[in-house]
Design a protein around this ligand. Structure first.
Ligand code: BES
Ligand code: MN
Ligand code: ZN
Length: 488
């Protein structure tokens, strides 16, 4: 488990506050160093000359690194801040954090003259970009302390504490996603959730396979039965006194997706250790509710199963019964995410009485075809919920894009022997696989306002970029936390 660097604020001076110093550079024909220019002068660094030599333009996230090894300073980073918007500051701060990963400490004037909201964004970005998955006896990242030079340190302390809570949560989600599936079984995930519950003041309940069978969670049982490692259903509850709304978050927790008997091609499989990213995002978000003083009741449901083609595996053509009685004809065992989510959604609306339900899942490769890998696909049954989640994502530094719950494709889910097929009928919805998956899920939420995030693209990154690090990204944690923070 990686520990994020501690981010604190002070009035300065910049010099002496860290071994790596990062200062902002604004764009222009001749890009200019902003706050911190005096420190460079006293270090005898001719910033303008370096910017000219490197043909710097000051765009957000551009870094000109000057090695120094003088007066306790190892290097100076001239960091482009673009238009100075929060999104640009996130890119700039992430670039500084990433470059400083190998040093003990970083001090920066990127946050000087910025409002508290921007200071939070900068603190989050540095923490997120400096993440490293520490596996086995690998070295943890060296960066331990980050000092933000600001005008009024006392006024940003609250925002820094919030940033720290968010960063720790995203790091947790990434750690869970990056863990190889040999160790990451459904039971292992459930155990991690219990630890989170204990430290974060949540109630935890974990249903065993036997309880899932007895209580009618036929989707989770069916997906889990091809594996030697049995499924689980995690239920975590945050119930602050006086809460007037109840939110249920549901996260897909497939600890490995081989496809089952409808087995995946070899090249598609390695990435499937992160097929529990939705579940990780939900557990991680729960870990931060106390620190963020979230005032609404939140229940997390994470159906956990390993989708494997063992001798007891569910077969193409089998019909299964979900929690609450709706039946599915399993025509493709690789469309397993919707089968486990269906049970959790049905249970949520019939037993928990929520005001709103949101699920998050690495559900379909199709979601990445149109949208690419940077955006999550957002579906919602009410405009209000869609707008709230869009705003929360933007505030938190994540990218969602709205998608249609297109009624015309609904008949692609008709089955002659069950209530639903688990994949769209090829003749009726040849494409639009992310939409038909969303329509399948919608069948289980009744009249409760519901949103669905298909994060097959952004849950995983092919490389480091901005605040995101290669591998599991923790996508969704920031959106959920901003959304819940904003709720009264
Ligand atoms: N976990 C996959 C979706 C996925 C694909 C996530 C690529 C991340 C990257 C999901 O369980 C799946 O296999 N979906 C199928 C659905 C199909 C069988 C209808 C898919 O996308 O091919
Ligand atoms: Mn699958
Ligand atoms: Zn899957």
């Amino acid at each position: 488990m990686t520990v994020a660097p501690a981010v604190t604020a002070s009035r300065g001076p910049l010099l002496g506050a860290g071994v790596v110093l990062a200062v902002p550079v604004s764009p222009g024909r001749r890009p200019q160093v902003g706050a911190g220019a005096e420190a460079l002068k006293s270090l005898k660094v001719d910033a303008a000359a370096f910017l000219r030599a490197e043909k710097a333009v000051g765009k957000a996230g551009e870094v000109v690194a000057i090695p120094l090894h003088r007066d306790g300073v190892e290097s100076v980073l001239l960091v482009g801040v673009g238009d100075g918007s929060e999104a640009a500051l996130r890119r700039a701060a992430a670039a500084a954090g990433r470059r400083a990963k190998g040093a003990r400490s970083l001090a920066t004037t990127l946050a000087a003259d910025r409002d508290a909201s921007a200071v939070r964004a900068i603190a989050e970005a540095i923490g997120l970009a400096s993440y490293k998955f520490v596996f086995g006896d690998a070295e943890p990242p060296k960066l331990r302390r980050v000092k933000l030079i600001v005008d009024h340190p006392a006024e940003v302390r609250g925002e820094l504490a919030r940033a720290a809570a968010v960063v720790a949560a995203v790091h947790l989600a990434r750690d869970l996603g990056n863990m190889p599936s040999l160790e990451k079984t459904p039971v292992w995930m459930a155990d991690r959730a219990k630890v989170v519950a204990e430290t974060a003041g949540l109630k935890a309940r974990v249903r065993t396979n036997r309880q899932l069978v007895e209580q009618g969670f036929g989707g989770i049982v069916a997906v889990g039965q091809g594996s030697e490692r049995p499924p689980r259903l995690v239920e975590l509850t945050w119930a602050p006194p006086g809460a007037r709304r109840h939110v249920v978050l549901v996260g897909k927790g497939i600890t490995f997706d081989s496809g089952g008997l409808s087995i995946k091609p070899a090249d598609s499989m390695p990435a499937m250790k992160t097929d529990m990213a939705g579940g990780a995002a939900v557990i991680a978000a729960m870990s931060a509710l106390g620190a963020l003083e979230v005032a609404v009741k939140v229940t997390a449901l994470v159906p956990l199963a390993e989708n494997m083609p063992g001798g007891a595996a569910v077969r193409p053509g089998d019909v299964i019964t979900h929690y609450g009685g709706i039946t599915s004809e399993v025509l493709n065992t690789d469309a397993e995410g919707r089968l486990v989510l269906a049970d959790a959604l049905a249970y949520a609306v019939s037993e928990l009485g929520p005001d709103v339900v949101v699920d998050i899942a690495t559900l379909t490769g199709a979601a990445t075809v149109g949208l690419g890998k940077r955006h999550g696909a957002l579906y919602a049954t009410t405009e209000e919920l869609r707008d709230e989640l869009m705003a929360a994502a933007a505030a938190g530094g994540e990218r969602l894009w709205p998608m249609p719950l297109e009624e015309d494709y609904r008949d692609a889910l008709e089955s002659p022997i069950a209530d639903l097929r688990n994949i769209g009928h090829p003749g009726k919805a040849y494409s639009g696989g992310s939409i038909t998956a969303a329509l399948f899920l919608r069948e289980f939420v009744g009249r409760t306002p519901w949103a669905h995030l298909d994060v097959a693209g952004p849950a995983r990154a092919d490389g480091d970029e901005g605040e995101v690090t290669k591998g599991a990204t923790g996508f969704g944690v920031r959106t959920f936390l901003r959304w819940l923070e904003a709720m009264a």
